[in-house]
Write a protein that binds this ligand. Sequence first.
Ligand code: BT5
Length: 261
Amino acid sequence: MSNSNILTKADVLKYLKTENLDIFVFESVTSTNKILKEMALSNAKEGTVIIALSQTDGHGRYDRKFYSDFGGIYLSVLLRPKLLNFDTTLLTSAVAVAVSNAIDEVAKRSTKIKWVNDILLDNKKVCGILCEGGFCGDDGFFVMGIGINACPTVNGLDDQIKNIATTLFDTYSPDILATLCARVIDNLFYEYSHLKSREFLTTYRQKSAVLGKKITVLSRGEIIGKATALEIDDDCRLLVEFENGEKKKLISDEISIKIAN
Ligand code: BT5
C-alpha cells in the first residue's frame, strides 16, 4: 500500500511490467496531451508517459472539454511508430481494447467500446481516448491521451456530464489508481507491438457497444442521419445502413455517433 494519499511514480512502478519508459507523475497539469506534444517536439523518447491526477484544460476531439478533476486518471503516452502509413483509427481502436481490458481486469467489470474512442460502463462513459499526431522533423509521432473517471471526485461528476458519464470505483485509493495506470500502460504497449497482426480486432468487435444498434450519425457535431451499425471492418471503419437504405463506411476523423436509447 502507498503511504501517501496521493499517487506517486513509485506506486505505478511497483505494478508496471513494461521496461524503459520515462514516467512523470504530476498532481495537476493543463493537459497531459498538450505537455507531451511539446516534449515530443523536443525529442522526448517513445515511451515517455505523463500521468496527472487532475487537469485544468483536459480536452477531447474538436477541442471539447474533458472534465478532469482529482479522483480520475489522466495519462498520455508518446509513440513514435516506424511505419509511415500508420493509421490513427487503428491505433486509437487498439488502445481502446487495451484500456477496456485494463479496466475490466482491475475493476472486475465488463466495459464496452463505443466506436471509436469511448469506453462505456453500464452504457455510460467511463473513459475517453484521444490520439493526436505531429511531426518532429521528418518523423511522425502520436500522443495517446487517456482519461478515466476512476475514483469519485470531491464534487461528483459535473452537471454537464452526470447523465452520460460514470465513475469506476466508489472510493478513492492511490493503490487502485497505481494498479490501473500500470495495467493501462502494459496493455497499451502490448497492443502497440501487436498492431500489425490486428489481433485486437476480435476483442474490439466483441466489446462493441454499437454493433446491431440504431445510431445517430453526426459529422462535426451536426446530425447527418439515423442508421443501424452493421459491421466494423479490418481498418476499424464502421459500416452503417441509413434509414433510406444507403450503406456507408464511417471514418472516425470527422464522424461521431450516438447510440439510440
Ligand atoms: C474524448 O473526447 O472522450 C477524449 C478524451 C481524452 C481525455 C484525455 S485525458 C488525458 C489526455 N489529456 C487531454 O487533454 N486529453 C486526454 P470526445 O470523444 O471528443 O468526448 C468529449 C465529450 O465527452 C465531451 O463533450 C463530454 O460530453 C464528454 N465528457 C467530458 N468529460 C468527461 C468525463 N470526465 N467523463 C465522461 N465523459 C466526459
